[in-house]
Design a protein around this ligand. Structure first.
Ligand code: NIG
Ligand code: FE
Length: 415
């Protein structure tokens, strides 16, 4: 049966011809229809337009009608960078930072990623699944309809596989579209403190082939950063993954610009993420590439580090995507509405730019731009209906308020 959502005060991010992404000046453009309807069947959008057109259609007897009552409809957010599966929160480190320690100092004392890895290694697959599933359901209510989830708190073959199997189970049990990323090279485990090469061998020669064999990952990732993994490690891993047909999405330029952007782009990465510290050669590397620069403003907010230079990227004609980075250490929030607000408030992006950066561009950054990221015939009916709001700018403006009234995923209302 067809469903029609009627009486939409403004239908946001409509698209007639599916685009790959939105870049440069085009990021300021947002196509919308006022006083609109959207129709879908079997979870796929079949029509949309103005109410006056829909009122003229005769045959809507066999149709389920949802009244938006003057709310707006947005395509679901696509969150293209998260670490949703973890065993425990880390508010102790949060307090340590308030008392003056830096993120790096905490990591050097065995906190940080290694702290999460120890807890995750001791958790069962069921415990991890239950807690991640509950987090995911909270995110659905905040408008997220597609999410990328990384491993990287396992750091042993067994624990990395355990994380990826949890992500697989999440995929099978939710209406949210999920992509899985293998991030074995997230930090150097204690046992390999003086043997980086040994750990890279483990990741490349043992973990990666097993992950590929069990088809547990859509992408591969590495934390390319001083004190973590070098550009040479990044090149080695990305080349090995590419031979297995696995594309990369990398953590680069969070604290230092060390050449990770250029290496990732050269090796065909789908996205480079973080980008708080960008130098001229990093922008240059991204020009004329197919790689999506992805900024994670809630991480900057939480750690008090610089925000990625979104405006400069757009001035250079590049696309920009914004994702959450949800994880217990640097970003304990998966709220894409807050990301949108930070984009406007802290990064000086306009609401139009922010909406493009959190929908179509993040859909691209997880290989889903043909299926999600806009209101387009043939794409999935993943969307949310807002309360009555005065304009779409109200959404990033009213930071901290939840304006989402109803969520639809694959054409089903999610309660
Ligand atoms: O993206 N930077 C590397 N990884 C995560 C943080 C991981 C953690 O602190 O647990 C990030 O910010
Ligand atoms: Fe991250």
């Amino acid at each position: 049966m067809k469903t029609v959502i009627k009486n939409i005060s403004e239908l946001i991010q409509t698209e007639n011809i599916p685009r790959k992404w939105v870049a440069g000046k085009d990021m300021s453009k947002l196509s919308t229809i006022k006083d609109a309807f959207v129709e879908y069947e079997n979870g796929i959008i079949t029509s949309f337009g103005s109410m006056s057109y829909w009122n003229g259609i005769e045959d809507w007897n066999n149709t389920e009608i949802i009244d938006a009552e003057g709310g707006m409809v947005f395509p679901s957010y696509c969150d293209s960078h998260t670490h949703l599966v973890f065993a425990a929160s880390r508010e102790g480190e949060f307090v340590d930072r308030i008392n003056g320690l830096s993120y790096e100092e905490i990591a050097n004392r065995g906190g940080g990623i290694l702290n999460s890895a120890e807890k995750l290694q001791n958790a069962t697959e069921d415990e991890l699944y239950e807690s991640a599933f509950s987090r995911l359901n909270n995110l659905i209510q905040m408008g997220t309809g597609a999410i990328e989830i990384k491993s990287g708190y396992g750091l042993t073959l067994d624990a990395e596989l355990k994380m990826l199997r949890v992500i697989k189970r999440l995929k099978e049990n939710t209406e949210v579209s999920i992509k899985a990323t293998f991030l074995g090279a997230h930090a150097l485990p204690k046992e390999y403190k003086d043997n980086k090469e040994g750990y890279m061998n483990l990741v490349i020669d043992e973990m990666l082939p097993q992950v590929a064999e069990e088809k547990l990952a859509d992408y591969v990732d590495i934390f390319c950063e001083k004190g973590y993994f070098k550009v040479e490690d990044t090149i080695r891993l990305l080349e090995a993954a590419s031979k297995l047909g696995i594309q990369a999405k990398t953590h680069v330029n969070q604290f230092n610009s060390i050449g990770g952007v250029e290496a990732s782009v050269k090796l065909g990465a789908l996205s480079v993420d973080h980008l708080e510290e960008m130098e001229e050669q990093d922008f240059e590397a991204l020009k004329n590439s197919d790689c999506m620069p992805t900024i994670l403003p809630s991480c900057s907010f939480f750690l008090g580090i610089p925000y990625g230079p979104a405006v400069k990227m757009m001035e250079k004609g590049l696309p920009v995507a914004l994702a959450t980075d949800y994880n217990p250490g640097s970003t304990p929030s998966g709220n894409m509405n807050f990301v949108a607000s930070l984009g406007c408030i802290q990064m000086k992006m306009t609401p139009e730019q922010v909406i493009n950066a959190t929908t179509i561009n993040t859909a691209y950054a997880m290989g889903l731009e043909k299926k999600l990221g806009s209101i387009c015939i043939g794409k999935k009916a993943n969307l949310f209906i807002t309360k009555k709001i005065s304009s779409y700018s109200y959404l990033p403006y009213s930071f901290g308020e939840n304006v989402i009234e109803k969520v639809v995923l694959n054409g089903k209302i999610i309660v």
